[in-house]
Design a protein around this ligand. Structure first.
Ligand code: 2NE
Length: 275
């Protein structure tokens, strides 16, 4: 792979190659904990990937190993800048902007794949959870810490986790704040496969290339359908948005618009009332 830098950022590395975008959290000295700036940059990169029609798959990963040899995907919110009402940005504003990023990852009509080496902890664990697929390195470690560090994620972090691993396991993960290795994560359906750490990116690229050979509209509708089952009216909006997109692409849909522009009555009689 010959990754090309797509845009320069401070806290992340954003690259593209052959239909794949790669977002790398680049704060290894903090186990890739995110501050508001990190999240704004990730949001910007994911938004760019969403807008770029040549991109079908987005890989999310963490830079590493750090100088101490340890790997991390992401260790959640940067506790050193956590203030009284959120994570403090450069202007002194307290933020929980990772929630915006969560929704974007969830609804982006492309396939997101988390490549997890080392720690996926706290809000970092939720980010991998929200990706469509997760590939773990053998050294991956998963867990939530909220109740230990005075935080919690009662949104996707609780309800979607329970959808993925089941209610009992999700409650265990949050109530006991244990750490789980890659094998345990695979057993509970939290990751799709495990590979040696040196093969992690190659495996992610391989999965991405398989996805890229598939029909973009089929994939986007399936992603929206999987989301709709869990996401209430927001999920239905996503799914219905895809139905509208497909309708616009039909002659029948175009006739309505054309008739308006032509200042005539629309002629829908040529289109069948299918069974
Ligand atoms: C990730 C973990 C388990 C790694 O442990 P270990 O022993 O391998 O590393 P160590 O020494 O703890 O960390 C290395 C350096 O990274 C910093 C540490 O402070 C340390 O810095 P120095 O002492 O070398 O200067 N570091 C690691 N994680 C950090 C973090 N999240 N914020 C700031 N600095 C961090 C271990 O480090 C750990 O448990 N980290 C904390 C995990 C955590 O509790 N994250 C926050 C959860 S809450 C959250 O993310 C959240 C939410 O619940 C709701 C909304 C939004 C966010």
């Amino acid at each position: 792979t010959q990754w090309q830098i797509a845009k320069k950022y401070e806290d992340i590395i954003y690259q593209k190659w052959n239909g794949i975008a790669k977002v790398t959290i680049n704060r290894p000295h903090k186990r890739n904990a995110f501050r508001p700036k990190t999240v704004f940059e990730m949001y910007d990169a994911f938004y760019d990937a969403r807008e770029d029609s040549s991109i079908g798959v987005i890989l999310l990963t963490g830079a590493g190993p750090h100088t101490d040899g340890k790997y991390a995907f992401c260790s959640g919110g940067d506790q050193s800048i956590r203030g009284k009402a959120g994570y403090i940005d450069d202007e002194g504003v307290p933020r929980l902007n990772v929630l915006d990023l969560q929704r974007l990852i969830r609804s982006i009509p492309k396939v997101t794949i988390a490549l997890v080496a080392g720690y996926a902890i706290g809000g970092g664990h939720v980010l991998h959870l929200l990706c469509d697929l997760s590939i773990a390195a053998e050294n991956a470690i998963f867990g939530q810490t909220g109740p230990k560090v005075g935080s919690f994620d009662g949104g996707f972090g609780a309800s979607y986790l329970a959808r993925v691993v089941g209610q009992k396991k999700a409650r265990e993960i949050w109530f006991l704040c244990r750490q789980y290795n890659a094998e345990e994560a695979l057993q509970m359906g939290l990751v799709n496969c495990i590979v040696p750490v040196e093969q992690l990116e190659a495996e992610g690229v391989k999965w991405a290339q398989e996805v890229l050979q598939k029909s973009p509209i089929a994939i986007r509708c399936l992603k929206a359908a999987f989301n709709a089952d869990c996401d209430g009216q927001a999920g239905l909006q996503e799914l219905a948005g895809n139905a509208t997109l497909l309708y616009y692409m039909t002659e029948e849909g175009a006739e309505g618009k054309q008739a308006f522009l032509d200042k005539r009555q629309p002629d829908f009689r040529q289109y069948p009332w299918l069974p």
